[in-house]
Ligand binder design. Structure first.
Ligand code: NAD
Length: 494
């Protein structure tokens, strides 16, 4: 983790949203509070956009797609998104403080949520510039004689992007920049708990780039109905969504009447299979650390640890020691690696699931409550539950807190079966001294991505997506860019 030197202190972001090229408040003037989760204090406000505001934003995006050259002018898009990259760089420290203010993310671990997405803007800009939009697919025999076929990759149209609160700037960028570079117009609806990571992005686009009015819109709102309106609007061609599986189902249903293209990155309940030959002292401290960084509010967190019964007590002891020594506290203090949960509601949910685990027979090894030295702020103790029944609620539901569950197994087959016993299939991890053996296990895990021995699967150049109820489609890699394009085949005389 990089130690970031930055100005510290709560910082309020842009209150206005961006619709049709204008930074604006909703017409009633209604606002909602943004709370700093480390102090429980109101840090500022955001405009409370309505369904009508969303309809205006979709109209603006529709007109910009249908009536401007944006979708056809690759050079201009390259120019605008290069400007965006430079503008985000200039605003980097401001965006970092807003992220910490909204999410409570420790300053020491903000690089993956600030530097990485800004770098991704550069990546998509270059990728989009160099992408081959016209492919000659050769000559094919048909009953009417030979036909040459060309594949033309074209933007989908108006893209609605709906994002969650856990990594807000990262996902606002990941969902919108490849879409824009591919020639789509966009309406972004950021999460209620993190409106400024969206509205600041809108302000930067409006004030510091030549992106034309209507091409990029941000509608900030405290109401779920506003996201629902975006996902149901017949003028929207595609929804790109990151969030819970429950909301993903609602978005699919809302888009069904117009058969909307839908890209879904949803919840996870990933397992880490620690094989009996693994280096426990390398694998398990890292596993415990990953559970606590971001307060466990990570979709890809391998939160279900599966330990071989032959080395069960040894594994639990290592996890316990790491969790008990983990630096939890004020996110503005460098060195702290775990901040608060984002809200009281989220912490209640985490504590409720821990209790349900204990009620169903799990053993509380450490944690389980609120740290005594941190009575203010939505902090949760790093928590380890052992002897967890793989069918229990705590082993089946996404916790989104600094909690690991541990379940013993006897054979590799049994470990794989426990790992696959989930409605989710987002990611997973295998640890073993034998990489081939680990690879074999990884291939049998019904999940979109797997990390072996701590070597992360996640990166801009490789497709990332969930199987089962963890999602549809991909971000990142060539697959991720193509999600924002339609492949049109044109047959023509040879
Ligand atoms: P959420 O589903 O509650 O909300 C996500 C977004 O959807 C918010 O902007 C919200 O306003 C909007 N929304 C809510 N109801 C809606 C509806 N009916 N129609 C349209 N939009 C609606 O999720 P959250 O609590 O903000 O985020 C946490 C979830 O996100 C977790 O499940 C986590 O696993 C998931 N997540 C997944 C990934 C991934 O890449 N798979 C990444 C990050 C987070």
């Amino acid at each position: 983790m990089t130690e970031v030197q930055t100005e510290t202190g709560v910082l309020a972001g842009e209150e206005r949203m961006l619709i049709a090229g204008e930074l604006q408040f909703t017409s009633s003037g209604a606002k909602f509070d943004v709370v700093h989760p480390a102090s429980e204090e109101v840090a500022g406000q955001a405009t409370d956009g309505t369904v009508e505001d969303m309809a205006r934003a979709v109209g603006a995006a529709r007109r910009a797609f249908d009536e401007s050259d944006w979708s056809r002018d690759l050079e201009f898009r390259y120019h605008c998104l290069t400007q965006l990259h430079e503008a985000l760089e200039r605003n980097k420290e401001r965006l970092r403080r807003i992220l910490i203010t909204e999410v409570g993310c420790p300053v020491s671990v903000t690089a993956s949520q600030i530097e990485s997405p800004i770098e991704e803007v550069k990546h998509w800009t270059e990728h989009g510039k160099n992408f081959t939009y016209l492919v000659d697919n050769g000559v094919h025999e048909t009953p009417l004689g030979p036909a040459r076929r060309k594949i033309h990759y074209e933007p989908v149209g108006v893209v609605g992007a709906i994002t969650p609160w856990n990594v807000p700037l990262y996902l606002n960028i990941a969902e919108t920049v490849p879409a824009l570079m591919a020639g789509n117009t966009v309406v972004l609806k950021p999460a209620q708990l993190t409106p400024w990571s969206g509205s600041e992005y809108g302000r930067i686009v409006a004030e510091e780039t030549d992106i034309p009015a209507g091409v990029f819109n941000v509608v900030v709102s405290n109401a779920n109905e506003v996201g629902a309106a975006l996902s149901a609007d017949p003028r929207v061609d595609m929804i790109t969504f990151t969030g819970s599986t429950a909301t993903g189902r609602a978005i699919l249903a809302a888009g069904a009447p117009t058969v909307k293209k839908t890209l879904l990155e949803l919840g996870g309940k990933s397992a880490h299979i620690v094989l009996d030959d693994a280096d426990f002292n390398a694998a398990l401290p890292l596993a415990a650390m990953m559970a606590c960084v971001m307060s466990g509010q990570s979709c890809i967190l391998p939160s279900r640890i599966l330990l071989p019964r032959s080395r069960y007590d040894e594994g639990i002891q290592i996890l316990k020691t790491t969790m008990e020594g983990f630096p939890v506290g004020d996110p503005w203090t460098p060195g702290n690696m775990q901040g608060p949960q984002i809200s009281e509601t989220q912490r209640e949910k985490v504590l409720g699931l821990i209790k349900s685990g204990i009620d169903s027979g799990a053993r509380l090894v450490t944690g389980g409550g609120i740290p005594e030295n941190l009575p203010t702020g939505y902090y949760t103790q790093p928590t380890l539950l052992a002897d967890v029944d793989p069918n229990s609620q705590v082993a089946q539901e996404e916790i989104f807190g600094p909690v690991l569950t541990v379940t013993p197994y006897d054979t590799d087959d049994e470990a794989i079966a426990i790992a696959n016993n989930s409605i989710y299939g987002l990611s997973g991890e295998v640890s073993s001294a034998d990489v081939d053996r680990a690879f074999g296990v990884a291939c049998r895990m019904r999940t979109g991505n797997v990390t072996i021995n701590g070597k992360s699967h996640f990166g801009i150049n490789s497709p990332f997506g969930g199987t089962k109820q963890s999602g549809l489609g991909y971000r990142n890699g060539e697959e991720g860019y193509k999600e924002y394009l339609e492949a049109k085949t044109i047959g023509m005389p040879d």
